[in-house]
Every structure is written in C-alpha cells, then in structure tokens.
Design a protein around this ligand. Structure first.
Ligand code: 3EB
Length: 337
C-alpha cells in the first residue's frame, strides 16, 4: 500500500479507537481492591489463586524473579465488558469492545504437535464463531520447551502444530500475529490471545529475518509469528518476544549482557522503523523480561534499569525456545496522542 494511503487508513482506525490500554505491575502485600478499570490480570508463578476476583484472571506457571508477579491490564474509555465465561473445550472468554481475550490449556504435553494443533484449532474456532477472526497478540507457555533432540525438540514440534492450525484456519504469513513462546512450570500448554473484529497491522524487523522464513536448521516448520502487531483499536503496539538474533542466527553465546544489548537494539530498531512507516510516536508501557538462569537476573536487571530508565519491567524465569538464548524480552507500547 502506498505510504500516504497507509497513513490515512491508520488515522481512520485510530479515530475509531474503542478504548485505550494501560498497564500496572503489582506484587504481593497488596490489599487494595481491584485496580479501577481492570480488564483482566495475568498472574505469574504458582501462587495460590485468589477467589472472588471480579476481573478475568489468567494464571501462568512462570516463576517471578522478584516480588512483582501480576500484570494488570486496564482499559480506559471502555464501553462494554461482558462477564467472563467458560465455553466448549474449557476455553475462557472475555469479550470487551470488539475484542476477545481467550485462554485455554492442555492437561499434559506428551504429544506436543498434536496437542498444540488441537488447542489452537479450538481457540481459532471460538474466534471465528464469535466473529473475532483477527489475532492481535498470542502468548504460548509450555513445559520443557528444550527437551527432545533435534527436530523432536518440544518447541519445534509445537511450531509444526501451531502452523497446521493456522493454515487450517485460512491464515497465512501476512496474518500471523505478534507472539511469545516460553517454557513454564506447569504440566500443559497454556495459550492466551487477544483477537479482534478489525485487523491489526503486522510488522517485521529489518535487522532480523522474518521468523516464518527461518531456514530449516532451526526446525522443520518455521515459527508462525510477526515481530510486532499494531492494534490501533487498543491504542497499543505489541512487540513480540525478542532475543539476541541477527538475521536468523543467535549471537553472543554464553554472554548474557551482550545478548541483552542486541535484544534491546532489535526492539529499538523495530519500533523506530514502525514509527517511520506509520508516522506515529510510541511510548514504552511495560517490558516483560524472561531470563533462563536466575544467576543472570541481578546483572540483567541492573543493565536494563540504566538503559530503560522508568519503564516498568516484570522479570520471570523461563527457558527460551533456542537452547543458546539466555533471555527474551517482549514489549508493550502505547500510541502517543
Ligand atoms: C525468535 O526471535 C525468538 O514461536 O511464537 C520469539 C517470539 C520467539 C515468539 C514463537 C518465538 C516465538 O525466534 C523466539
């Protein structure tokens, strides 16, 4: 699409923005009532779940590396939020202003390819049944992501199953959404996603090969995700899990701080490229930092604090989808007025 036409269509979309997302990170020792306007919360770690929370709660098995363990997703200018419900296949649904939050998990993950395909098929069926066919953002948390040799590795098998389900649902590379895929301490695969009536705009990073075009040395089916998805209807830019990868190659083996540097450079380059293409400005809202080894947490946190200044960060322990990667960072930006 020509740049001018593209910018115009973005402005139109923005003017139709339903709501505006905000984020707040919290730890334990919080006896405030639910934060006003909370749309849903993501609680990390196997903390005992609180009952009688009015908002939708998704619980992951990602161990937090410090006291902050809960993401509050807050909606300003929300006009309509349905009551959270559970539908066929144990899928949890929350509908809000032309968007759908879905989550589902499997009990086990012994056959990752088949389980992933089946879980995704159920989720995508639900999106279509409710007329929210456009994926804006997907999170994937699975047990033992690096177990299994070569192409039997759990992550690689997961990639095959996800791709099959996407193709079955009529999707292609141009509709793949921003995503993250990490290991967590739970027996099954947890997938949660945001889908919408209107499509988001997906972007690639000029410094990285598109993940869906990675060569086969990284697995028989390349990963199905975009580097970023702009969701004007949420006033939000979702940056996918990003790591120390240049082109398609992992760099800085065994050097966590160098990996951090390249990861942040990748994110900054991607965001400034999207700025240029769209003429929008973005402000960082929060970063989610996945670290493989607990011992690397203090030095990574120290380096990140200097570089990011006031951007809130949540730090979680997670194995990353390639054995040599020591960290991965996903980011959430809001569109400036
Ligand atoms: C990468 O850039 C690192 O399979 O959904 C990052 C984000 C990664 C999402 C996914 C994988 C995924 O290839 C890994």
């Amino acid at each position: 699409m020509p740049a001018k036409q593209y910018a115009t269509s973005l402005v139109e979309r923005l003017e139709n923005a339903d709501l505006s997302l905000r984020f707040n990170l919290q730890g334990a020792h919080r006896d405030k009532p639910e934060l006003a306007g909370t749309l849903f919360t993501i609680r990390h770690g196997n903390t005992s779940s609180q009952t009688s929370m009015p908002a939708a709660v998704i619980q992951t098995g990602l161990p937090p590396l410090e006291d902050l363990h809960t993401e509050y997703w807050i909606a300003d200018k929300l006009t309509n939020r349905h009551f959270p419900k559970q539908v066929a296949g144990g899928i949890h649904c929350l509908e809000f202003d032309k968007h759908l939050l879905l989550s589902a998990s499997s009990n086990t993950f012994d056959t990752p390819q088949e389980t992933t395909r089946a879980l995704y098929q159920q989720l995508l069926r639900q999106c279509h049944a409710d007329s929210f066919p456009n994926l804006l953002r997907v999170w994937n948390y699975m047990p033992n992501i690096n177990h299994g040799a070569a192409d039997n590795e759990i992550y690689r098998q997961f990639c095959i199953g996800r791709h099959q389900a996407f193709i079955d649902a009529g999707m292609h590379t141009s509709t793949f959404p921003a995503a993250s895929a990490l290991s967590h301490d739970a027996p099954g695969l947890l997938v949660y996603l945001i889908a919408a009536k209107r499509p988001g705009l997906h972007f690639e990073n000029p410094q990285q090969q598109s993940a869906y075009e990675y060569p086969k040395i990284h697995g028989p089916k390349s990963p199905s995700f975009a580097r970023a998805t702009l969701a004007p209807s949420l006033n939000c830019l979702f940056i996918s899990g990003t790591a120390s990868i240049s082109g398609h190659q992992s760099l800085h083996i065994d050097k966590p701080l160098k990996q951090l540097d390249l990861t942040l450079n990748n994110i900054e380059h991607l965001v400034s490229d999207i700025c240029q293409r769209t003429n929008f400005k973005f402000s960082p809202a929060f970063y989610k930092v996945y670290i493989r080894h607990r011992k690397d947490f203090p030095s990574i946190k120290n380096a990140l604090s200097t570089r990011l200044q006031n951007t809130p960060c949540i730090y979680l322990q997670a194995d990353i989808c390639r054995q040599e990667l020591l960290l991965e960072i996903e980011a959430h930006y809001t569109i400036d007025d």
